[in-house]
Write a protein that binds this ligand. Structure first.
Ligand code: AMP
Length: 396
C-alpha cells in the first residue's frame, strides 16, 4: 500500500510517499516560501539527484498540485498514476479536546478542524488548505488526520489546568494541550523495544521547536508545551516559559500590539533572542565555543538548564524515571548538549557512556550497562508514524 504523508505549515508543505509493504520512502521533499515570488520546490528520491525548482507558488493548492504532478512525472516521478496512492495522512497541529486519536477525514471532521483554527491560527488553517487541495485533486482517496495534541490527551486535569479563573477553561478552552505528540509517541514506541511498556519514561524532542513529555506506563501525564507550542523549554526563536507579567509590561513599555508581542515571543526570542546570533544551535555553538561570544554561551546555558529543570520536575512528578530519550535535530545531533544534560542528572542514577554518546543521528543507548536510569538517542520519524496511522485506520 502506498501512502502519501503531508505536513502543511503556514508557508510550506513537506511530503513523503511511503510504500508501506516495507515502510520504505519512495520520495520526499518540500515546497517552501509559499505565497512568495521566490518559492522553492525540492523533490528527493533515493539514488537520484535531487530535483529542485524555483518558481512562484502562490497557494497551498498549487504546492500540492506541484507535488502530485512531480510524483507521476515521466522524468522525476516514482509512480505511474495517483490511483496508486491508497491513503493520504495529514499532520494537524491542534486537535483540541475533540480528537484523542487519528481520524478518517469526513466533512464533520473538516468542520471540527476549522473550529479549532482559533487555537492554532497558522497551522490548522494551512492543514485545512492542504486537505481541501487533496479533496479537489484526488477526491476518491481516503484521508486521515493525525493530531499533534492527541498523544497528550491522557494528561490529567491536575496537570492541564492553569491557575486562571475556571470559567476561561470552560468558555475558551484555556488549558494545556501539548504538542509534538506524534514524535513523542513514535519515540516511546521505539523505547518499549528496549525497556518494555510498563516503565516511567521522559521523551525529549529537542529541535527548533522543543518539548518534553512524561510518560507513565504508556500514558502521557505531563508535557512542557501548553495552550500553544510557545510554552516550556527555550527554543530556537520561541521564549518558552516566562513570567506572564512580562507580556503586559513589555507591551506597555515598547508600545506593542498583541500581534507584535506574539511575534516577539514566537519569532524573536529563544536562542536567537538571547544570543543575537542565530536560532540555529550549530551557529550559536560556533559563536560560543569558537569565537568566545558570551551571549551565545549564555543562550546555550539557558536552553540546557530548561531541559535539565523539566527532566528533574517530571521525574519528581512520576516519583522516578526509568528511561530518558533524546530526539529531533538537537537531541539526535548535539553531542555536547546530551553530555551536559546527562552529566548534570547523574544524581538520578544516570551512568553516562561518553563514548556511546559520540554519534549523530543513530539509534542507541548512551548509558553504561547497569545504569539505574537508561538514556537513549532515538531518531524520530513523525511521517512514518502518520503513515502507520493511515494504514491502521484504513484497515490495511
Ligand atoms: P529540527 O527542528 O528537528 O530540524 O532541529 C533543528 C535544530 O537542530 C537546529 O537548532 C539545529 O541547529 C540543530 N542541529 C542539527 N544538527 C546539529 C548538530 N550537529 N549539532 C547541534 N545542533 C544541531
Amino acid at each position: 500500500m502506498k501512502v502519501l504523508v503531508l505536513n502543511c505549515g503556514s508557508s510550506s508543505v513537506r511530503y513523503q510517499l511511503f510504500d508501506m509493504n516495507d515502510e520504505s520512502v519512495l520520495a520526499k521533499g518540500m515546497a517552501e516560501k509559499i505565497h512568495e515570488s521566490n518559492s522553492i520546490f525540492v523533490h528527493k528520491v533515493a539514488g537520484r539527484e535531487d530535483y529542485e525548482i524555483h518558481k512562484p507558488i502562490a497557494t497551498h493548492y498549487e504546492a500540492i498540485v506541484t507535488i502530485l504532478e512531480t510524483l507521476v512525472s515521466d522524468e522525476h516521478g516514482v509512480i505511474k498514476s495517483l490511483l496508486e496512492i491508497e491513503g493520504i495522512g495529514h499532520r494537524i497541529v491542534h486537535g483540541g479536546t475533540y480528537f484523542k486519536e487519528a481520524t478518517l477525514v469526513t466533512s464533520i471532521v473538516l468542520e471540527a478542524i476549522r473550529d479549532l483554527i482559533e487555537l492554532a491560527p497558522l497551522h490548522n488553517h494551512a492543514a485545512l488548505y492542504g486537505m481541501k487541495a487533496c479533496l479537489t485533486a484526488m477526491p476518491n482517496t481516503p484521508m486521515v488526520a493525525v493530531f499533534d495534541t492527541a498523544f497528550h490527551s491522557t494528561i490529567p486535569a491536575r496537570n492541564y489546568l492553569y491557575g486562571v479563573p475556571y470559567e476561561y477553561y470552560l468558555k475558551h478552552g484555556i488549558r494545556r494541550y501539548g504538542f509534538h505528540g506524534t514524535s513523542h509517541r513514535y519515540v516511546y514506541g521505539r523505547l518499549t523495544d528496549y525497556i518494555g511498556n510498563d516503565k516511567k519514561v521522559i521523551t525529549c524532542h529537542l529541535g527548533s521547536g522543543a518539548s518534553i513529555a512524561a510518560i507513565d506506563k504508556g500514558s502521557v501525564i505531563d508535557t512542557t508545551m501548553g495552550f500553544t507550542p510557545l510554552a516550556g523549554l527555550l527554543m530556537g526563536t520561541r521564549c518558552g516559559d516566562i513570567d506572564p507579567s512580562i507580556v503586559t509590561y513589555v507591551m506597555d513599555k515598547e508600545r506593542l500590539t498583541p500581534t507584535q508581542m506574539d511575534e516577539v515571543m514566537n519569532k524573536k526570542s529563544g536562542l536567537l533572542g538571547i544570543s543575537g546570533v542565530s536560532n540555529d544551535l550549530r551557529e550559536v555553538e560556533r559563536a560560543a565555543f569558537e569565537e568566545g561570544n558570551e551571549r551565545a554561551r549564555l543562550a546555550i546555558e539557558v536552553f540546557r538548564k530548561s531541559v535539565i529543570r523539566y527532566i528533574g520536575a517530571f521525574s519528581a512528578e512520576m516519583k522516578g524515571v526509568d528511561a530518558i530519550a533524546f530526539c529531533a535535530g538537537i537531541g539526535e545531533n548535539s553531542i555536547s548538549t546530551r553530555k551536559e544534560i546527562c552529566e548534570s542528572l547523574a544524581y538520578l542514577g544516570i551512568d553516562f557512556d561518553a563514548e556511546a554518546n559520540n554519534v549523530r543521528g543513530v539509534e542507541r543507548e548512551i548509558t553504561l550497562p547497569g545504569s539505574k536510569v537508561r538514556v537513549f538517542i532515538i531518531p524520530t520519524n513523525e511521517e512514518l508514524m502518520i503513515a502507520r496511522d493511515v494504514c491502521a485506520i484504513l484497515g490495511k
